[in-house]
Design a binder for this molecule. Structure first.
Ligand SMILES: Cc1cc2nc3c(=O)[nH]c(=O)nc-3n(C[C@H](O)[C@H](O)[C@H](O)COP(=O)(O)OP(=O)(O)OC[C@H]3O[C@@H](n4cnc5c(N)ncnc54)[C@H](O)[C@@H]3O)c2cc1C
Length: 384
């Protein structure tokens, strides 16, 4: 993508974020409130629809643009997790939906009239083992009847639509566990209280995550995305983009922690000199910087491969792992540099520390990335 255009996007997003400073995020964090005004401002400015093609009313920009937007949000001290999924969850419709589904949903998602930022895959008993999921959808005339439960379905209370992965063909002996799964687009506006129950889960950070229960929920068969039974492949196809974008967010977090640590170390004086003069303070920050830059280069490599249509599975996974490690290292160093003040709410560090910790686990945990690399890149045996 044109570097000047990318630079302009960064400046514009940073200017928007400057209206939502630490005090705004701290207030929401304290009471676990969704950042409605921030998300509305991003929507109005068109930043959440950049990946939707222009013919459907979006920006028609490549993944690099979305990565730059999310990185800038995190770098400003904000938290894009409240709305990052609005950018990429629509990819399932874009890639696998029918012409009618695209025409019906994409323009409304691009304008912000419809929010599609809930993604129901994880279940309490299946966890990382998606093939073991139990939520069932049984065809009944021109509807599916859905029963089961999802957990960690983030933003479900702040979304109109949900991309839901369900089992449509019962698992039988000899069948590949990831076969027989299908993707349904659930319109939650009509169904909450009619077969769909959403319960918020309080977590260590303000993430609007929930558990969702399906009790004979009726979903029109017209809301099946793609072919029945091929849902796992469709979900998998969107995972590289998600991992690259989360990695870009982690790079943004790491930059915020490093800038914050450097500024404080230069201004904080003890024993008659700035603490930045001590190598014991300086070196951990410098190491965090080097690791952030290495992760940033892997994000660029993954973006390049993704945008040229090449296989980017290894790079997307490595970018996500390295960037999540870099942001968490920088978070830890930032607290250490601040001494006791690192724990005080008003500095925002402890909030950002909690927020960035998530990316060691979600949307894929570090162990699963390592086992992907061990098996698919290095050719070692699968361990599970
Ligand atoms: C705040 C939050 C938001 C989330 N948002 C969403 C969402 O919107 N939609 C959604 O579908 N999901 C969401 N998730 C779920 C997230 O993707 C999962 O938590 C994550 O994939 C790990 O699954 P699990 O929690 O079931 O852990 P488990 O699968 O139970 O794993 C537990 C631990 O064991 C390790 N482990 C498991 N299997 C292996 C193995 N074979 N080899 C080595 N180690 C292994 C894992 O690395 C992990 O550390 C969210 C989670 C959180 C916490």
């Amino acid at each position: 993508m044109d570097p000047d255009l990318l630079a302009d996007i960064r400046v514009a997003v940073a200017q928007l974020c400057a209206n939502f400073g630490g005090e705004y995020w701290r207030g929401l964090d304290r009471d676990m409130i969704y950042p409605t005004e921030f998300v509305a401002a991003l929507t109005e400015a068109g930043w959440l629809s950049v990946l939707i093609p222009e013919e459907f009313g979006g920006g028609g920009l490549p993944l690099s643009a979305a990565a730059a937007i999310l990185e800038e949000i995190q770098r400003s001290g904000g938290n894009g997790s409240a709305c990052h999924a609005q950018m990429y969850t629509m990819g399932t419709i874009l890639r696998h939906g029918s012409a009618e589904q695209k025409r019906r949903y994409l323009p409304a998602i691009a304008s912000g009239e419809l929010r599609l930022q809930a993604f129901g895959v994880t279940e309490p008993t299946s966890g990382t083992n998606t093939g073991a999921l139990r939520t069932r959808a049984v065809r009944d005339g021109d509807e599916y009847v859905v029963n089961g439960q999802k957990i960690w379905t983030s933003r479900a209370e702040h979304s109109d639509l949900m991309v839901l992965l369900v089992r449509t063909t019962p698992l039988t002996d000899g069948m590949k566990p990831t076969d027989g799964l299908s993707v349904l687009l659930v319109d939650m506006r009509d169904t909450v209280g009619h077969g769909l129950t959403i319960r918020p889960i309080r977590t260590m950070m303000n993430h609007a995550t929930t558990e969702v229960f399906f009790d004979d929920l009726r979903v029109p068969a017209a809301n099946l995305i793609g072919e029945e039974g091929r849902g796992f492949r469709y979900i998998l196809a969107g995972m590289n983009a998600e991992r690259i974008l989360i990695a870009a967010e982690c790079v943004g977090d790491a930059k915020w922690f490093i800038d914050t640590a450097v500024a404080y170390a230069q201004q904080r004086s003890v024993f008659g000199r700035p603490i930045a003069e001590h190598q014991g303070v300086q070196f951990p920050i410098a190491r965090a910087y080097a690791n952030m830059r290495a992760a940033e280069l892997m994000v660029q490599e993954a973006l390049g491969r993704y945008e040229s249509g090449g296989d980017c599975g290894a790079e997307a996974n490595m970018a996500k792992m390295l960037a999540a490690d870099a942001s968490f290292e920088a978070a830890n160093v930032c607290i250490q540099t601040h001494g006791g003040f690192g724990f005080a709410e008003e500095y925002d560090i402890e909030r950002k520390f909690r927020e960035t910790r998530l990316y060691q686990v979600a949307p894929i945990s570090t162990n699963l990335i390592l086992s992907y690399l061990g098996e698919h890149v290095l050719g070692m045996p699968r361990s599970y």
